[in-house]
Design a protein around this ligand. Structure first.
Ligand code: SAH
Length: 473
């Protein structure tokens, strides 16, 4: 270990920032967050720093740096752009046992400031010992995105319960179990949504050791590339006790979920029957009734051809609390990664999402409405109906030469984009033995695929994504 981490209490701790520019302003702001008793030393200061000085009634010594100005300081930041001055400040501080940090200059530092994730009172500090602040900042961003925003409030709330829990449970073991259950409960996952009396109820149930009600999160996992997950989706995946997922969800996506969660694949296949959907609905209800936090992970967006609505109706019937986390739908993901803008001022003012599967026999779309000019048509689950789609669209007046793209396994390492026209659509699908999932994009905008094509699936190597090692509990 190059350095020893400490958290410093700055109350009644005289600190000085030497310098008056942007960097000095940032350092001064950071010190003030921890209530430092602050002096600024600089003949000139930038407007932001001047504002800070006025707002916080700071001491401003508007003169050039001289050693005796920092005599009474206990911590100093050298933030001038003059290396000689910085070196002088450092030498003086070292000689007089004052903590010194020199911005961007590890050799003139007694201490360095870490990158922080601030969910006060929870504070996470990341240090690269001054070797690579950018790396530390990237790690910080990763941690930042994986922690609930309300973490600080949760910690404070937990703090407010401590005496009560001590009285309620006599042994350390009992108390530990309580806190384990507390932090797995919906108090954490829904802290800002719950009213005070609801939190109180959960705490009372936990104290009485009663079963806490479970809940279901209907979470969209996006079209494939796991880095397209939303921050919320990731958080839910990491909090869940059970992950109930569809066949379309990739292993790489599942790898980001809580390691010790139970994983249940409800692998829906093409032509699945209603009964299977009912079984899924019942499974969700049963798990929630057992008190589990269930992450129902669905490909793309849960409300776009995902039957998410049906699953929720069953939950409502059984009064099970739920949340819905939206996501990048296949149309948006595949179009972006294939370089096909779904709308374009010259080619399409409208975009229509349709499914190629009909829920009842004879339940056909309004083909006429799908053949309007300046419109992009995106067909989900349409590959096996390519012949019918071609025939009907042409029959209703669409040009045989209308550009068409088939995007196979969009946004993944195996993405392939096949471009043709409406007339040869069925052949395009047959000749290339396209696998599932695949999406059809029909419209003039497909012409742009050649020029706007930017995505190289080979670049989605393990290395690119392993940098983003999300925190797994
Ligand atoms: N809820 C999902 C759609 C579910 S229907 C969403 O919002 O994206 C399943 C269909 O979505 C598939 O048959 C296919 O047409 C399309 N699809 C989903 N992911 C895809 C992908 N990565 N590449 C191509 N098509 C995809």
């Amino acid at each position: 270990m190059e350095q020893f981490p400490i958290f410093l209490n700055l109350n009644n701790f005289p600190c000085a920032v030497v310098g008056g520019g942007d960097v000095a302003f940032r350092k001064a702001s950071a010190l003030l967050k921890a209530q430092a008793e602050l002096t600024i030393i600089s003949p000139k200061v930038c407007p932001e720093l001047k504002q800070l000085i006025d707002d916080h009634h700071l001491t401003w010594l508007n003169q050039n740096y001289q050693d005796q100005l920092i005599d009474n300081m206990r911590l100093v930041v050298a933030a001038t752009d003059n290396e000689t001055v910085n070196a002088q400040v450092y030498a003086y501080c070292e000689a007089h046992k004052i903590l010194i940090n020199t911005v961007d200059s590890p050799k003139y530092c007694r201490y360095t400031t870490p990158s922080i994730v601030d969910r006060s009172p929870i504070l996470i500090a990341i240090s690269s010992a001054g070797m690579s602040p950018v790396l530390a900042r990237r790690i910080r961003a990763t941690i930042e995105s994986s922690l609930p925003q309300a973490l600080g409030e949760i910690a404070e709330y937990a703090g407010s319960l401590r005496t009560r829990i001590k009285q309620a449970f006599s042994t350390l073991d009992q108390r530990r179990t309580f806190w384990e259950n507390f932090f797995s409960s919906s108090i954490v996952s829904r802290f800002r949504q719950l009213k005070a009396e609801q939190k109180e109820q959960i705490v009372n149930d936990l104290i009485a050791n009663e079963q806490v009600q479970g809940e279901v999160w209907l979470v969209g996992a996006g079209p494939g590339d796991e880095e397209l997950l939303t921050i919320k989706a990731l958080q839910k995946m990491q909090l869940a006790d059970v992950i109930v997922y569809d066949r379309l969800i990739s292993q790489k996506t599942l790898d980001l979920a809580r390691k010790d969660a139970d994983f249940i694949c409800v692998g829906k296949q093409k032509n699945y029957h209603l009964k299977q959907q009912e079984e899924i609905n019942d499974l969700l209800v049963r798990l929630a009734q057992e008190g589990k936090k269930v992450c129902r992970l669905k490909g793309g967006d849960p409300f776009i051809f995902g039957r998410g609505g049906e699953e929720l109706e069953t939950l409502v019937e059984h009064q099970i609390p739920f949340q819905v986390i939206p996501a990048v739908t296949a149309a948006a993901g595949c179009a972006s990664y294939a370089g096909i803008p779904l709308t374009h001022r010259d080619y399409a003012r409208k975009v229509v999402f349709v499914t190629g599967q009909n829920s009842k026999a004879g339940d056909y779309p309004d083909w006429q409405a799908l053949v309007r000019p300046y419109q992009t048509l995106v067909v989900y689950m349409g590959l096996t109906r390519a012949q019918l789609i071609k025939d009907e669209l042409i029959h209703h007046g669409m040009s045989k030469s209308m550009p068409v793209a088939i995007v196979e396994k969009g946004t993944t390492r195996e993405q392939k984009v096949y471009v043709g026209n409406l007339d040869n659509l069925p052949q395009l699908a047959r000749d290339n033995q396209i696998g599932s999932p695949a999406l059809l994009i029909i419209g003039e905008v497909v012409k742009l695929a050649n020029t706007l094509n930017w995505f190289n699936p080979d670049e989605l190597t393990d290395e690119t994504s392993t940098f983003n090692t999300y925190i797994k509990p």
